[in-house]
Design a protein. Structure first.
Length: 511
């Protein structure tokens, strides 16, 4: 082996993603509402972008304004010159006029602020109209914010104020409340929490007896069941003297929860001496108890799904995909800044700033247009292959892979993946994610390809129609599907049964 220093020439091929390509991929992957937020953010950051307003069907305010041409430093007219109706602003010298309180000058300053966009490079102040608009927008956002409901800890701490308890008991009870998990249970045994509290607050004097008093206090709070160490204690805390079948219910919770979960009622009957009807009645009372009382305070805001596309048949019966453009602003490059660049009056720094912002605006507009084109073409290719689904329903979905759509559209499979990610389409049968139409399948005895979704539907139908006093085992389900032409392995049946949350045959048995 020879080591040494030297200069050598080497040729190699490397693929590097340009910033423009990266932006295009990001825009393609955004769902509709996130795209809207991205555009609104760009409108704030780039003063050369303007929102045309209105819907795509309405006529554009300026037919030539969306056109963007490269700026030129060689004279000529790189942009549209002002029309006669749009004369450039005249720079007038301010004149002190004490007789009329400088009314003309103040009016002219107001007009200047209204005409020019707020940009730090051109104006030190934000125009009054723009400021009012942003203020109204902020007020609208504040008005539409959903009030945050109280958390579990806030709910419990508020109740503690209504109890007359010694300071040490109240302090440790508050500590226990802060150490409840999302289910409402303690995060550890009481003695461990007491040791952690003593290390954190060494000057306090909390004995095990005081700690137990604090725990008893917490377990009296609403919702019942909070402050438990495990599931059994959580259930027991929710039982009161008026609970039906109280004694049997306590016995079942302490000793037979696993047997109940596995539906082994005859075993419980033999060991407890209670008849099946009484055991089933007690089980119904158990099902009314809440195993996770703290979960009721986990509030999540449900967001409405906004479809990116919709499909409908045309006059000739062909299913045609259309994009939903209602929620995204229509963009153009500011004509006023283009006129400033074309006039030649801007200094070099200003010209460079405008050129850079124009280039960024062009990239954004082209990326959005490319996104709409790609998503629509991909969705149309999917619809063309899933006509049976649209006409006859989900049980007629066709097995489909992304590579097939990529071949149809003439793009890479990763482009298809980005195009369908978090995108929804509205059909006459409801709103579905585009990914819903992809999936493998199997082959029937007749050699016909069948999607896995159809197998799951058939499996659910067989289970719903079975005799609940003698439910079908996975082997029996496999035989029933084979009778209909679907030859599947037993492990596949078990996999899809669990995916559908269908219990085992023993758990489905009704005594």
């Amino acid at each position: 082996m020879h080591l040494g220093f030297g200069q050598h020439l080497k040729m190699s091929q490397q693929m590097k993603l340009a910033p423009r390509m990266i932006q295009s991929m990001e825009i393609l992957q955004l769902p509709l509402m996130e795209l809207k937020e991205r555009i609104e953010q760009e409108l704030i950051e780039n003063p050369l972008l303007e929102d045309l307003g209105g819907t795509p069907e309405s006529p554009a305010p300026d037919a030539d304004s969306p056109e963007v041409r490269e700026p030129s430093d060689e004279g000529g007219e790189p942009f549209d010159l002002p029309s006669p109706a749009e004369k450039p602003l005249e720079q007038k010298e301010l004149v002190v006029d004490n007789d009329h309180n400088n009314q003309d000058d103040f009016e002219r300053l107001s007009e200047l602020g209204d005409d020019w966009q707020d940009d730090e490079s051109f104006s030190p102040r934000v125009s009054a109209s723009r400021s009012d608009e942003e203020g109204d927008r902020a007020l609208d956002q504040m008005a539409n914010i959903v009030a945050r409901p109280p958390s579990l800890q806030e709910h419990l701490l508020e109740q503690l104020h209504f109890f007359d308890s010694p300071p040490h008991v109240r302090a440790f009870a508050e500590y226990l409340v802060q150490n409840l998990d999302p289910n409402g249970r303690l995060t550890g045994p009481l003695d461990e929490l007491l040791r952690a509290y003593t290390l954190e607050f060494p000057t306090t004097q909390v004995t095990p007896a005081i700690a137990q008093q604090a725990l008893d206090l917490v377990q009296q709070l609403d919702p019942r069941g909070v402050g438990a160490c495990d599931l059994k204690e959580c259930f027991l805390l929710q039982i009161d003297p008026d609970t039906p079948h109280r004694d049997l219910l306590i016995t079942l919770i302490k000793s037979y929860l696993e047997d109940l979960a596995e539906n082994r009622l005859p075993v419980i009957e033999r060991r407890t001496g209670y008849n099946l009807d009484t055991i089933k009645a007690a089980r119904e009372e158990l099902l009314k108890l809440n195993p996770r009382p703290g979960r009721d305070f986990e509030h999540s805001t449900n967001q409405n799904v906004v479809p990116d596309l919709f499909v409908e048949p045309d006059d000739h019966g062909k299913w045609v995909v259309h994009t939903e453009d209602e929620y995204t602003p229509r963009l153009r490059i500011s004509k006023r800044y283009r006129q400033l660049l074309a006039s030649g009056k801007a200094d070099p720094q200003t010209r460079e700033y405008i050129k850079k912002k124009i280039e960024a605006a062009k990239w954004l507009i082209e990326s959005i247009e490319q996104r709409y084109s790609t998503v629509r073409r991909v969705a149309q290719a999917i619809v063309d292959r899933q006509v049976p689904f649209l006409v006859n329903g989900p049980e007629h979905i066709v097995p489909l892979k992304m590579q097939q759509i990529a071949d149809d559209v003439g793009v890479h499979v990763t482009t298809v993946s980005r195009a369908v990610d978090d995108k929804f389409i509205q059909t006459p049968r409801g709103i579905f994610p585009l990914k819903r139409f992809f999936g493998g399948g199997t082959t029937t005895a007749e050699g016909e390809e069948v999607a896995w979704d159809i197998i799951r539907i058939k499996l659910r139908e067989i289970v719903d129609k079975e005799d609940k006093s003698d439910p079908l085992s996975d082997d029996a389900l496999m035989a029933e599907l084979a009778k209909q032409g679907y030859n599947l392995a037993r492990r596949t049946i078990t996999k899809y049964r669990k995916a559908l949350d269908i219990p085992s045959s023993r758990q489905r048995k009704v005594y």
